[in-house]
Design a protein around this ligand. Structure first.
Ligand SMILES: Cc1ncc(COP(=O)(O)O)c(C=O)c1O
Length: 484
């Protein structure tokens, strides 16, 4: 981006002129939400102005709410232009106990491996953003130097990995001894084992609604029913509905994604997390926490885990490296609180232990592979990509589109006017080589969220993605023109 030289002005001081120039670039779309502004040094040279003129200009743009500073990274264009798109409000699932009906999920998974399909449906990170080369080197080193990679281990998993995980959990506000951690095949297995440990078939589990479709499949496979709670994209589940469900005595456990949930992107406030734990403690009901997105916050510090507020040891914490390092290594963990031994027992009877080589490689990466540096980069990348996608929604989608504005993770949830058919959009889009995640697959009854769909923002932004967004917007407009 180049700005033309400034001209003398009677009524505006220099820094205001610089700010106005940049504002023009933002308004005409040259600088898009999520774009990084030129460094202060670069702009100072380009415009032949002083350092303080540029810093003052940036400060003014911050005051105008157009840009924001990110520590050690620079200034970025904010999502101001997107305020025209409202956020979805509190969801209204059928707040009653129901059996789980899923149908489309396997179709979505089956096209996941098709190279020609643009995967905007499943929340899969792109290998381009993951430290694939260093992990490959570490895997090769492990196989060369660690004969124990070919032996049995204890079900709990490698102690050094558990120590590394335990250190990282301090950032989430949890002080967990490595002996109270179990290494699993991804978060998914951790959740499956936890559910097995605390429920029996026919039990009812309270969940947020919408909920990640693979979790619904897991609940269904275990013959569990759900109580779907109304959920706000910002505030999270309705605690009053949860309390009513707990008071009825018909809920045997609760399963929640605590930070930047999939698909709503919800990150509950600390106070809400605390109240939630108090509620579960009062009714002595276990809570299974899925925190796979906790480290993918865009601003500030890592949000706390629900487990951080657990005074009664009734929260089972589950997470993994699938969203930050590699989904393919299948490495997750679980801290089962007072149910821990039951969870470990289930792991040992199911598959005895997780493969050792990925555990050793990930241990080395966490200990001294630059994990924090990688995370900083990943967060910036995901934030920028999410902004790009939000901008594309602004540019191409019907004005009536409501969309979430999560502060982390990599999923957006879009809500179209009632009567819109997201399954129709899914079919139309797939014919054009684009996969989306239609709303009903996130609903236990399979009947809610027909007008909603989720988009994965983890793919590197490119002309191909931009075009895919344009196509989706066009298909959405076409459907609305015919049906509304
Ligand atoms: C909320 C949530 N939990 C769990 C998982 C799966 O995690 P893992 O690959 O570690 O099993 C996903 C993957 O998309 C997810 O979105």
């Amino acid at each position: 981006m180049r700005l033309s030289p400034l001209e003398p002005s009677q009524d505006k001081v220099l820094y205001q002129q610089v700010a106005d120039r940049l504002q023009e670039q933002i308004a005409n779309g040259t600088l898009k939400p999520g774009d990084r502004l030129p460094s202060i040094r670069k702009l100072k040279q380009q415009l032949s102005v002083s350092f303080s003129t540029v810093t003052e200009a940036y400060r003014l743009l911050e005051d105008r709410g157009l840009i924001s500073a990110r520590p050690q990274s620079g200034y970025y264009v904010k999502l101001t232009a997107l305020q025209q798109h409202l956020e979805p409000s509190l969801t209204e699932p059928y707040a009653r106990v129901c059996e789980i009906k899923t149908s489309l999920t396997f179709k979505l998974f089956s096209n996941l491996l098709e190279p020609d399909v643009i995967q905007l449906g499943a929340a899969t990170p792109s290998p381009e953003h993951l430290p694939v080369a260093p992990l490959n080197r570490l895997m090769a080193k492990v196989m060369r130097e660690h004969p124990e990679a070919h032996t049995y281990n204890v079900p709990a998993g490698c102690e050094r990995l558990r120590t590394e995980v335990s250190k990282r959990m301090l950032d989430a506000g949890c002080s967990i001894h490595p002996d109270h951690l179990l290494i699993t095949n991804g978060a998914h297995e951790a959740i499956y084992l936890s559910l097995q440990a605390v429920t029996t078939p026919g039990d009812t589990i309270a969940i947020a609604s919408p909920t990640y479709f693979a979790l619904l499949e897991t609940l269904k496979a275990l013959n569990l029913k759900v109580c779907a709670l109304p959920t706000h994209p910002r505030q999270g589940i309705s605690l009053s509905h949860l309390e009513a469900a707990l008071a009825s005595g018909n809920v045997q456990a609760c399963l929640l994604v605590s930070n930047f949930s999939h698909p709503l992107g919800t990150c509950m406030e600390d106070d809400t997390k605390k109240q939630l734990v108090e509620l579960m403690t009062r009714y002595q009901v276990p809570l299974i926490e899925d925190d796979v997105y906790g480290e993918l916050y865009f601003e500030g510090t890592r949000p706390k885990a629900i487990k951080a507020f657990d005074t009664d040891n009734r929260v089972i914490y589950c997470s993994s490296v699938s969203k930050t390092l590699s989904p393919g290594l299948r490495l997750g963990w679980c801290s089962g609180g007072c149910y821990h031994l039951k969870v470990v027992y289930r792991k040992s009877v199911m598959n005895r232990m997780s493969a050792i080589a990925p555990q050793l490689a990930v241990t080395a990466f966490l200990a001294n592979g630059g994990y924090d540096r990688h995370l900083r980069h990943l967060r910036r990348t995901y934030q920028t990509q999410m902004h790009r996608m939000l901008q594309a929604i602004c540019d191409y989608f019907p004005a009536e589109t409501c969309v979430t504005h999560p502060h982390g993770g990599h999923v957006l949830w879009l809500e179209m006017p009632e009567g819109f058919d997201a399954i129709q959009l899914y079919d139309d889009a797939l014919q054009r080589g684009i996969s989306i995640a239609p709303g009903p697959i996130f609903s236990a009854s399979g009947e809610c969220y027909r007008s909603c769909f989720a988009l994965n923002t983890a793919l590197p932004w490119s002309d191909r993605i931009e075009q895919a967004m344009q196509t989706l917007g066009h298909l959405a407009k076409k459907q609305m023109a015919v049906n509304f």
